[in-house]
Ligand binder design. Structure first.
Ligand SMILES: [Mg+2]
Length: 147
């Protein structure tokens, strides 16, 4: 099982009211992921374009950071998959699964922009952009990671 993880609007509210909120939801996410040690993490945020994978891992605890196995390709680099899927972030996820050679792997995505995914996707957890991860979305994440 892979968790495709967005950052802005998930790991912190967007917009930020002040800098201290940056990544303020990471402890809540990590607490959840400790219950699912078999789940690997792939970064599906545009932060992938601004930081190295090592820097992205460094935002998390050693234990959780070491479970980050990659970042999705940009939709700009996979036009044929975007043409098939039709939704930007969903296509980036599909692109990563194919490039990694695991197209049938089960996955869950957490994101604050559902319009970047096919409608009614059962494996998408949607966060409130202005809040980020909260008790409600963490509960939804737990139940999908169990499934
Ligand atoms: Mg976002």
């Amino acid at each position: 099982m892979i968790l495709f993880l967005d950052f802005d609007g998930v790991l912190h509210p967007e917009p930020l009211y002040d800098e201290s909120q940056l990544f303020c939801r990471i402890p809540m996410l990590e607490d959840c992921l400790r219950s699912f040690p078999e789940v690997s993490i792939v970064i599906s945020s545009t932060w992938r374009d601004m930081r190295t994978l090592g820097e992205l891992r460094g935002l998390f605890s050693q234990e959780i950071g070491s479970r980050i196995v990659g970042a999705t390709p940009s939709w700009r680099d996979i036009p044929e998959i975007v043409a098939t899927i039709g939704y930007q972030r969903h296509a980036e996820i599909e692109g990563w699964l194919r490039q990694a050679g695991v197209p049938w792997e089960k996955w869950v995505a957490i994101d604050d922009k559902p319009w970047l995914f096919k409608p009614f996707l059962s494996n998408l957890v949607v966060c409130d952009t202005a809040v980020g991860l909260d008790e409600h979305s963490v509960q939804a994440l737990r139940s999908k990671l169990k499934g």
